[in-house]
Design a binder for this molecule. Structure first.
Ligand SMILES: Cc1cc2nc3c(=O)[nH]c(=O)nc-3n(C[C@H](O)[C@H](O)[C@H](O)COP(=O)(O)OP(=O)(O)OC[C@H]3O[C@@H](n4cnc5c(N)ncnc54)[C@H](O)[C@@H]3O)c2cc1C
Length: 379
């Protein structure tokens, strides 16, 4: 193998590249990303970067090795696995011996194509665009009360904006279930964030967008409207490639999508049942899969088991969850106290532990992950 092409320029791609070099692979590497910047962390974007409390330095990741050929602002537009060729937006083709697909995902949008004014948070440019609006904005609507939407609401509220969050379900409940959601979402209510329940969904109003209308006839307007309503994997460029696609690039337990082609991170999906595929769009999973995809391309056979760990920071709460979402039912409280919003809890299914979470309680991540699979003695 002489030339490995990496499509995508974020954490899964960067981890794959550093893994290749760390394992002594000294062939040619070309990384192609449609962003204008080398890989950076998205995690602070919805937090301090959005408000301006953190500068761009806070998103810095270790630099790519000097000997990697990096094509910025360049999109992979097609893949031919027969000729092992990636076509680029800048008109050139790249022949590869091994390909790592790490093109991640992009925000789902609610406004029709071409309508201006709907804001999202995925890239540095997105965060900068919202930050620029904060100089004059007094109010914000956040559509979507999942982890990202609630982080954005927390950050905007801390800057003094009047914030309304709107969703089909109560905040965080789809993911964390009643028990945890009820504990942690008391915090935003105390800071004055309004929540509007819109069980039949919303549409964005105005052109450019200035508000939302619920299917039940309620209308709201604000200076900024931000959608945080999920993500769509970037797979359009693979549509005629012959790879198996199912709302993501379908990979086997070795991150392989086809001979000499592996995929990692938010773009990769695995088959759970004949009719069910699942992505794991979290930071630590992108790191894990980036590493394993690179190793498996080099012939080091290491099977992948999804890393279901992630964290979120919002309204003064540091929440860490290990295990499969959604959390279901009432957990066993192992430490702390829900009323003080500092706790460690463990969820069970069929008598076996399946997930564990902390809220504002320091615990090594390895212990939290272990609690998601191992029962503990209770006094
Ligand atoms: C604001 C925000 C906050 C987050 N906070 C947390 C958190 O607190 N905890 C947590 O666990 N996770 C968090 N996440 C999720 C985490 O950041 C993602 O899981 C992670 O970024 C996935 O990495 P990735 O490399 O797979 O994909 P991405 O980060 O999506 O990167 C894909 C890259 O490929 C590029 N690309 C796409 N298509 C092409 C193409 N055709 N050609 C070339 N390049 C292309 C994209 O521009 C991008 O650079 C957050 C995400 C966001 C957006």
């Amino acid at each position: 193998m002489k030339h490995i092409v990496v499509a995508g320029g974020s954490i899964a791609a960067a981890t794959a590249v550093s893994t290749l070099r760390a394992h002594g692979w000294d062939g040619r590497i070309t990384l192609v990303t449609d962003e204008e910047t080398p890989p950076y962390s998205r995690v602070p974007l919805s937090k301090g970067v959005l408000s301006g409390a953190l500068d761009r330095g806070s998103v810095t990741l270790p630099a790519l090795p000097d000997d990697v050929d990096v094509h910025l602002d360049t999109r992979a537009t097609a893949l031919d696995v027969q000729t092992r060729t990636v076509t680029l937006s800048r008109g050139t083709d790249l022949r590869y011996d091994g390909l790592i697909i790490a093109t991640g995902s992009r925000p789902r949008r609610l406004a029709p194509d071409g309508r201006q004014g709907e804001l999202v948070v995925r890239t540095l440019a997105d965060a900068a665009a919202i930050n620029a609006r904060l100089r004059t904005a007094r109010s914000a609507i956040v559509v979507g009360a999942g982890f990202l939407g609630m982080e954005v609401a927390s950050t905007l509220r801390a800057t003094g904006l009047a914030v309304t969050v709107i969703d089909r379900d109560p905040p965080l409940r789809r993911l964390t279930g009643h028990w945890l959601a009820d504990i942690v979402t008391a915090a935003p209510a105390e800071t004055g964030v309004d929540f509007v329940l819109a069980p039949r969904g919303v549409t964005l109003t105005g052109d450019p967008v200035t508000g939302v209308a619920t299917a039940d006839g309620q209308t709201l307007t604000a200076d900024v409207v931000i959608s945080a309503v999920g993500d769509i994997p970037n797979i359009e460029w693979l549509h005629n490639s012959g790879l198996r696609l199912a709302e993501g690039v379908v990979v086997d337990p070795w991150c392989q999508a086809a001979p000499s082609v592996v995929a990692a991170g938010d773009v990769a999906t695995r088959q759970i049942r004949p009719d069910l595929y699942r992505r794991t769009p979290h930071w630590t999973n992108a790191v894990l899969q980036g590493r394993l995809a690179a190793l498996n391309l080099l012939g080091v056979r290491e099977p992948y088991a999804p890393d279901h760990y992630f964290w979120t920071e919002q309204f003064g709460l540091n929440i860490k969850i290990a295990g499969e979402l959604p959390l279901q039912g009432t957990p066993i409280l192992l430490e702390g106290d829900p009323s003080s919003r500092s706790l460690l809890a463990q969820w069970h299914r069929a008598g076996r532990p399946v997930a564990a979470a902390t809220v504002n309680l320091p615990l090594p991540i390895v212990r939290l992950k272990r609690l998601a699979t191992v029962a503990v003695e209770r006094s």
